[in-house]
Design a protein around this ligand. Structure first.
Ligand code: GRF
Length: 215
């Protein structure tokens, strides 16, 4: 049986929800969230940044903001499932020791195991650069261009045991222009992600998302 969604407590400015942000790359989404959080009092604050590599450029955003920030690479030398579980158990330890209440995936390029998802289900958010359920997976822009659609976008959703398949909290459309390549499209979609994700995180943390969206 699949684990139920258990939402975080409704937070307030006085008692902000403690967020961890997981990244893999440049962390422009992390940077936009940190700017949003520092622009005025919010009901959430980022207390931990983790990348799945010690070289992820986005780690600088966490360090620059004085947040506990670390690269945790996949451990070497074990069978693949065991490595993933060992990796996740290192992450879980850090989430626990920082008292994290909500995990925000922001360009985190690993698929989490069902055992990780079960622990955080309902308190685990992702943003995906397409209008789900269209174009899930790691190559959303390439797939949208190959399909010849004229509109794509981004989706904020709760993470479940599948790939980009959890309940959708919000979507925003972005046009595809005739001359677009993957890079130009990614840049245009990211600009929209950078406003949508902080807004929806804010709504979610303040208790503005009801269990009804979870079906
Ligand atoms: C974003 O487009 C996100 O939706 C996707 O990866 C990208 C991450 O970009 N999953 P960045 O590392 O935040 O710049």
């Amino acid at each position: 049986m699949e684990a139920p969604f258990v939402l975080p407590r409704a937070a307030s400015i006085e008692e902000p929800l403690r967020l961890a942000v997981l990244i893999s790359g440049g962390g422009s989404g992390l940077s936009s969230l940190l700017s949003f959080q520092s622009s005025k009092p919010r009901c959430h604050r980022t207390v931990l940044v983790i990348a799945d590599s010690e070289n992820a450029g986005g780690l600088e955003h966490g360090r620059g903001a004085g947040i506990t920030t670390m690269g945790i690479p996949l451990p070497k030398g074990r069978q693949s499932t065991q490595r993933r579980l060992a990796h996740e158990s290192m992450i879980l330890r850090q989430l626990k020791s920082s008292g994290v209440e909500l995990v925000v995936l922001s360009g985190y390029m690993r698929i989490l195991t069902p055992s990780f998802v079960a622990i955080w289900k309902g308190r685990l958010l992702n943003i995906h650069p397409s209008l789900l359920p269209d174009f899930p997976g790691a190559h959303a822009h390439r797939d949208a261009l190959a399909a010849g659609v004229q509109t794509t976008g981004c989706t904020v959703h709760l993470v479940d045991e599948g790939v980009d398949s959890g309940p959708i909290l919000a979507q925003r459309e972005v046009p595809i222009l005739p001359d677009d390549d993957e890079e130009s499209l990614q840049d245009r979609v990211k600009k929209v992600e950078h406003t949508l994700y902080p807004e929806i995180i804010d709504l979610f943390c303040s208790g503005g998302v009801s269990l009804e969206v979870l079906g």
